[in-house]
Design a protein around this ligand. Structure first.
Ligand SMILES: Nc1ncnc2c1ncn2[C@@H]1O[C@H](COP(=O)(O)OP(=O)(O)OP(=O)(O)O)[C@@H](O)[C@H]1O
Ligand SMILES: [Mg+2]
Length: 309
């Protein structure tokens, strides 16, 4: 059974007051996340990441298509799902501990386990020392941490985190990375959105790259990144500071022979990888390899306006 599945998921919002017109936020998105995976949803601002997560939680409804979590129609399966919204906002007059306790109760954590679970969750997000601080006195990063604590307090099987590192300092980012890895080691599935590529590189088993609501690529990061392995970087020194030279793979041996003949010392020979940033920034161009492409996942979709005519 898949942990998360989106089948041709499409969402049109209505924008404009006097003459509302549909804006296609998500266009026939098909995704499959295996149980126990850490899955990254990557994309620019407005690419459709939050829309995808909200559709999965059934906070909004699809124009067409389907979403399933653990084989069931998507929605708030309180005990099995955890969710950190993009901009968490909580009732100001509760203390952090009270808020997390409230969410634990909503998720049906038995009363006898609640106290322990809440303490665990607050500790794991680095908020044990601020458990009795009221939320109105919390900084942005502290609210984000409390948001994470409420998402994990019931130890859900599937966790959806919308930009979990946002607003966190370097220590906080590291704590969240460690937490996500810990949850995975306990068997949880984690789906998170980000535009911070290094976070995705360090954490994700697989990613989906969204561009303007369409899937531009889905697969293992190594595969997505391996597309430019035909180039090699040489670092060598020849009676002076080390130099760097990028050569085609086919020319590598010739270059090495030449450098040896010149008495150079070779420091490193490294295959060049296509960086995630290059994939990310290439406008509209799906990655050359790495699993399913947008075209394979969905038939080319006409703009909404054109379809309505
Ligand atoms: N309630 C709404 N009404 C109208 N349009 C919306 C609404 N919510 C989102 N959109 C539009 O849908 C598209 C996708 O938005 P979404 O919030 O899913 O992007 P995102 O990938 O999460 O971006 P970000 O990285 O900025 O959080 C955008 O073009 C946005 O303007
Ligand atoms: Mg978003």
């Amino acid at each position: 059974m898949l942990a998360v599945e989106c089948i041709e998921l499409t969402k049109d919002y209505r924008a404009g007051f006097w003459r509302p017109r549909p804006v296609r936020a998500l266009d026939h998105l098909s995704l499959a996340v295996e149980q126990g995976e850490i899955f990254g949803l990557l994309g620019h601002n407005g690419a459709g990441k939050t829309t995808t997560l909200k559709l999965l939680l059934r906070l909004i409804f699809p124009t067409s298509g389907e979403a399933r979590i653990l084989g069931q129609p998507a929605g708030m399966m309180a005990r099995q799902i955890g969710y950190l919204p993009e901009n968490p906002y909580f009732y100001d007059y509760l203390r952090c501990r009270e808020l997390v306790e409230y969410y634990a109760e909503l998720a049906n954590v038995p009363a006898r386990e609640r106290r322990r679970q809440v303490a665990w969750a607050l500790d794991r997000v680095g908020m044990a020392g601020a458990a009795e601080t009221s939320l109105r006195k919390c900084s942005k990063g502290m609210v984000q941490r409390v948001g994470l604590a409420q998402a994990i307090v019931h130890q859900p099987a599937v966790l959806f985190l919308d930009e979990p590192m946002s607003g966190l300092d370097p220590l906080g980012r590291r704590q969240v990375r460690d937490l996500i890895l810990e949850l995975k080691s306990r068997g949880a599935t984690v789906v998170f959105s980000t535009h911070i590529l290094s976070d995705a590189e360090q954490l994700c088993d697989r990613v989906a790259i969204l561009q303007k609501g369409r899937l531009a690529g889905q697969g293992r990061l190594e595969t997505l990144l391996a597309a430019e392995e035909d180039k090699v970087e040489l670092v060598f020194a020849q009676a002076g500071p080390p130099q760097r030279r990028v050569v085609a793979r086919a020319e590598l041996w010739g270059q090495l022979d030449q450098l040896r003949a010149q008495g150079a010392v070779i420091h490193a020979v490294t295959p060049l990888r296509r960086s995630l940033e290059e994939i990310f920034l290439s406008p509209g161009a799906p990655p050359a390899s790495g699993g399913q492409s947008a075209a394979a996942a969905a038939p080319a979709a006409a703009p909404v306006e054109a379809r309505r005519r």
